[in-house]
Design a protein around this ligand. Structure first.
Ligand SMILES: [Fe+2]
Ligand SMILES: [Fe+2]
Length: 681
């Protein structure tokens, strides 16, 4: 029971003293009470005071008023009233509660001494119970706070995806809970030789803005963090400079000396994962908590500054033992969050590598498009970042989160995945006829040439034989030779025209007129197969292809190529994307839609129907198609011309004008990593 520094006083009024000769004692002071209202109203609440007050029924004061002036922290009192039995009977219920005892006759010294002793001892008991109650209440409040902190930590740790932010979060929350001025996190890592070490990963000191650099410690008992990581024991050290040789750890003061800091109290906790494996250590330094003081704000870690040597002496306390268990729980939550984060990252990396490997495999089928999807993905990411940093009005309300940029990247990597379903020859078709078809046509033209030549040679021979038989000089040979040369020239010319008609270039000549003339010419030249059947130089299929007005693809082939978008959608939709990536199939499937409705596969019209990400991808795709040097049928378009073409396309409402403008202003094309372009350049 607490008895120290208590001021014990016995107050007695003049009238009460007439009936009660209170005995003197070294345990208390006796004071005569004039006007009780005045005396007690000035009483201070700083010292603990135990007061026994003797009043007489004729004293001019009210018990209620005395009581109200005495309700102060640290003041306890007992009232003993002296008077007649009739006034005792007249006391109301409230006043009965206010007095401890009523004396109706002159009391003897022994009785009074007993009464006074009883009054003081009940006050001591009351004080002790009060202190206990306050302590219980504070513990309850602390526990409630701990519970809230744990819930907050659990919630924030489970939602944080960025590992660096997660570590920062763990340390800041640990510091907040324990009121620590400084703290560091060490992570157990496996080196290349499979040997484990501790990496000093993150650190923060509130009172000093100290820089930190990652470094590696051996995983052994030579350092405080190493000791905790190896043994799994929690260390709660009141003053690291007072560690003795018998202690299991020693403090290395080089950091303090270097930064003019004073490490004092330290709490070091192992971080255990779900299989009880230690994956790291949280080291907290210099608790600045006021303990159970009313001054505590619960945020001392970020409010109390330690600058002078005296600050370190006075403001730094030992970490409260209750934080050992609490921080152990926090460290375990942190360890599990870190493990989850690590696994998530691993799964994501594996998935990403798988996607990239698949895209590389598909693109390696055709050298012509190699690297295209990677460049488009890079381009899209740069566009999204530029939108985030752009001050222009058109896109000011758009902001891409890291996840949204990732979503765009995946969509871009997979945008042409559907090409895997398309016949490679169509992609590589550089001219209107496939190379074999052209070879075949040339072969037929050569046959026609030889056939015609042979016809004339035979005709000439017949003339010679006839003349010889008739014994005369041959006639008309000159004319035959002239006609032969004329027709052979025609055939050569037809062949040249066919070869040039096979080119995908656009000319002023109408291919239909050109082909009709060629066919007319061919028809005028007789030619038969060795079996005597007529030789058909151009099949219907060849005619259809040679009639292509733009590019090298006929309508069926174009349709097949365009179907890659639908294949992409069907394939990408089958991947069970997490909710944050749910738009990937749609973005990937709309990269060939044009704002004016002339795109494919759905001919969507207007910015409202085509998502921004798909509009970004359309620009990236077109830029790469124009500027890449690896297309089979054309050379790379110079940058100036590429930009001019794209501006023109924007003006014609094919592609998004604001995005083209942004691309040019931010020079996105200069940011694409050169390694993504083929070396062949
Ligand atoms: Fe495409
Ligand atoms: Fe593409």
């Amino acid at each position: 029971m607490q008895t120290e520094s208590i001021q014990r006083t016995l107050y007695i009024t003049g009238k009460a003293m007439e009936s009660c000769a209170v005995p003197a004692s070294p345990d208390y002071r006796i004071e005569t009470l004039g006007d009780p209202d005045l005396v007690f109203s000035g009483a201070s609440g700083e010292t603990t005071r135990h007061l026994v007050i003797f009043l007489h029924e004729e004293d001019e004061c009210t018990l209620a008023k005395i009581e109200s002036t005495l309700v102060k922290k640290g003041t306890f009192h007992r009232i003993i009233l002296v008077g007649s039995e009739s006034s005792l009977a007249a006391l109301d219920e409230a006043d009965r509660r206010r007095i401890m005892h009523f004396i109706t006759r002159p009391a003897g010294a022994v009785e009074l001494a007993f009464l006074i002793h009883k009054a003081f001892s009940t006050m001591s008991e009351e004080q002790w119970f009060n202190a206990e109650r306050i302590q219980y209440l504070e513990t309850l409040t602390d526990m409630r706070q701990d519970q809230e902190d744990l819930i907050t930590i659990g919630r924030s740790l489970s939602t944080e995806k960025d590992p660096d932010k997660l570590l920062r979060s763990i340390l800041m929350l640990s510091k907040k809970i324990t009121g620590a001025d400084a703290g560091s996190i060490f992570i157990v890592e496996e080196g290349e030789s499979k040997e484990k070490h501790l990496r000093f990963k993150y650190s923060h000191t509130f009172s000093k803005n100290l820089p930190y650099e990652e470094f590696v410690l051996a995983l052994n008992r030579n350092s405080i963090a190493g000791y905790v990581a190896v043994t799994g024991n929690i260390l709660n050290i009141p003053d690291v400079y007072k560690l003795s040789k018998d202690d299991p750890v020693a403090f290395n003061s080089s950091f303090d000396r270097l930064h003019n800091y004073r490490s004092k109290s330290m709490l070091v906790i192992p971080m255990r994962n779900h299989v009880d494996e230690i994956i790291g250590v949280i080291q907290l330094i210099n608790s600045k908590e006021y303990g159970n003081s009313s001054r505590s704000t619960g945020n001392e870690a970020f409010e109390v500054v330690l600058s002078t040597p005296e600050d370190f002496e006075v403001k730094v306390v030992q970490f409260s033992p209750r934080y050992e268990k609490l921080m152990e729980a926090v460290a375990s939550q942190a360890a599990i969050a870190l493990e989850n984060n690590r696994m998530l990252k691993q799964i994501q990396t594996q998935f990403e590598e798988f996607v990239k490997a698949s895209v590389t495999a598909i693109e390696s089928r055709d050298v012509a498009t190699s690297g295209h999807s990677f460049r488009v993905a890079e381009f899209c990411k740069e566009m999204a970042r530029a939108i985030n940093n752009d001050s222009g009005e058109a896109l000011s309300c758009v902001k891409f989160s890291d996840t949204a940029i990732k979503e765009l990247e995946y969509a871009a990597l997979l945008h042409d995945f559907g090409k895997v379903y398309i016949d490679l020859a169509i992609f590589q078709k550089a001219k209107k006829l496939f190379p074999k078809e052209l070879d075949n046509l040339i072969l037929k033209m050569d046959y026609l040439y030889r056939y015609t030549e042979m016809q004339y040679v035979n005709h000439e021979r017949e003339q010679l034989e006839r003349a010889l038989a008739q014994g005369r000089a041959p006639e008309g040979l000159e004319k035959i030779r002239e006609q032969k040369e004329l027709n052979l020239d025609r055939i050569r010319h037809i062949k040249d025209r066919l070869v040039s008609l096979n080119e995908p270039t656009v000319t002023d000549e109408d291919p239909e007129v050109v082909l009709a003339n060629i066919l007319k010419e061919i028809e005028s030249i007789e030619c038969r197969n060795p079996d005597g059947s007529p030789l058909i130089i151009l099949t219907d299929h060849e005619k259809t292809n040679l009639l292509i007005r733009r590019g090298s693809l006929n309508p069926d082939e174009r349709k097949e190529i365009e179907s890659h978008v639908t294949h992409t959608y069907n394939f990408v939709s089958r991947i069970p994307w997490p909710p944050e990536y749910k738009n990937i199939p749609e973005i990937a499937a709309k990269h060939h839609e044009m704002l004016d409705g002339t795109g494919y596969p759905s001919g969507l019209k207007g910015a409202d129907s085509i998502p921004l990400q798909a509009r970004i991808m359309a620009i990236a795709d077109i830029f790469d198609a124009l500027s890449a040097t690896d297309r089979p049928y054309k050379k790379a378009v110079p940058l100036e011309k590429t930009l001019a073409i794209m501006k023109e396309e924007a003006k014609r409402h094919k592609i998004d004008e604001a995005l083209v403008d942004l691309m040019i202003r931010h020079r996105i094309y200069e940011k694409i990593h050169k390694d993504l372009f083929r070396q062949a350049e």
